[in-house]
Design a protein around this ligand. Structure first.
Ligand SMILES: NC(=O)N[C@@H](CC(=O)O)C(=O)O
Ligand SMILES: [Zn+2]
Ligand SMILES: [Zn+2]
Length: 359
């Protein structure tokens, strides 16, 4: 006997949070803040501004700029009230144990971000010798401040497609061994190796996964023409890795949760001879994730991933309001107006998604 249960056409979830987003600064905030605030309650704001958010004073000032943009936006008052941007510090070679204590006691800094110098957009001020940061990691362990990692090695001789795997072997293993109770999030994982690595660790080690790494692989980016709007770091990998990430995200394992890595770059800087890395997805991320989960018949696993596991990892309460996604097609805008008269092209611009948010 075969039991067939039709996949649902509608799903209601607790309001999601985004545990990895780039809102940028100044003029960009008028676009990025309302997009994020319409969709998510808590968001963890990445600190890779120019110059970076290096200490609690910088974080407080950045948070104020975000809140000013929120107040000035025309989104519903209920969304303005619910939006809760949480800050991160950008770890440099100069970050001190004192900086960590101050951040932990501030109530507005949720985590510390580690960018190996040269690994990604605005990472030039990142850490050059990770193992020289022992004192800072020890302070984070002591004050229970999580470490968020862009996990790629940066040596010139390591192939771009191997940089995440090499980071697991060369760096992650040591950090976790030497700081066994440090809370660590491997951000935007892109390989089956990273998913397996995270699964094998204790509950203090987790990972975020982006919509693009669940929906696409490097063929989508490179076969039949080069598509710069799929270019982000860590770069899309082969299909078997995409499948492993989909399996991890939809498994119900609370170590894997939502982090869009929505990373705006103006269209003209992506469609260029040397295009910037980053996919912009904040506004459409939930229909994207729904499409990915539904593609493997696992739409019912979306709530844990999008709305519960991240809060549990950070020790925060669950949201109480809900959203509803329906199997009603939506067209992704071909662009959003961005600051200084530029445009912002979202992931899947102009395409139709099978899922949308119910108003
Ligand atoms: N993911 C990206 O490709 N880009 C991000 C930086 C990052 O998260 O690595 C950005 O800030 O543009
Ligand atoms: Zn990154
Ligand atoms: Zn990012």
């Amino acid at each position: 006997m075969t039991v067939t249960s039709a996949a649902p056409n509608e799903i209601t979830l607790l309001q999601p949070d985004d545990w990895h987003i780039h809102l940028r600064d100044d003029g960009a905030l008028a676009t990025t803040v309302p997009h994020a605030a319409k969709r998510f309650n808590r968001v963890i704001c990445m600190p890779n501004l120019v110059p970076p958010v290096k200490n609690t004073t910088d974080a407080r000032a950045y948070r104020e700029r975000i809140l000013t943009a929120l107040v000035a936006s025309d989104i519903d008052a209920s969304r303005k009230d619910a939006f809760d941007p949480r800050m991160t510090l950008y770890m440099t070679n100069q970050t001190s144990a004192n900086d960590i204590q101050e951040a932990a006691e501030s109530g507005i800094v949720q985590a510390v971000k580690l960018y190996p110098a040269g690994a990604t957009t605005n990472s030039a001020d990142g850490v050059t010798d990770i193992m020289a940061c022992a004192e800072v990691f020890a302070a984070m362990e002591k004050y229970n401040l999580p470490l968020l990692i862009h996990g790629e090695v940066t040596h010139d001789h390591v192939d771009i497609f191997d940089r995440e795997k090499r980071f697991l072997d060369e760096v992650m293993n040591r950090i976790i061994r030497e700081f066994p109770t440090l809370k660590v999030v491997m951000e935007h994982i892109t390989t089956g190796d990273a998913a397996q690595f995270v699964e094998a660790q204790g509950s203090n080690v987790a990972a975020t996964i982006t919509p693009q790494h669940l929906m696409f692989n490097r063929n989508h980016m490179l076969v039949g023409g080069i598509r710069p709007h799929f270019y982000c770091l860590p770069i899309l990998k082969r299909q078997s890795h995409q499948e492993a990430l989909l399996a991890a995200a939809t498994s119900g394992n609370a170590k894997f949760f939502l982090g869009t890595d929505s990373a705006p770059h103006p269209t003209h800087k992506k469609e260029a001879a040397c295009g910037c890395a980053g996919c912009y997805s904040a506004d459409i991320a939930l229909p994207l994730y729904a499409t990915a989960f539904d593609s493997v018949g696992k739409i019912e696993m979306l709530e844990g991933f999008a709305s519960r596991f991240g809060a549990a990892f950070y020790g925060l309460p669950e949201n109480t309001s809900t959203i509803t996604l329906t199997r009603t097609p939506m067209q992704v805008p071909s662009y959003y107006p961005y600051f200084d008269g530029s445009q912002l092209t979202p992931l899947m611009a102009g395409e139709t998604l099978p899922w949308s948010l119910k108003a």
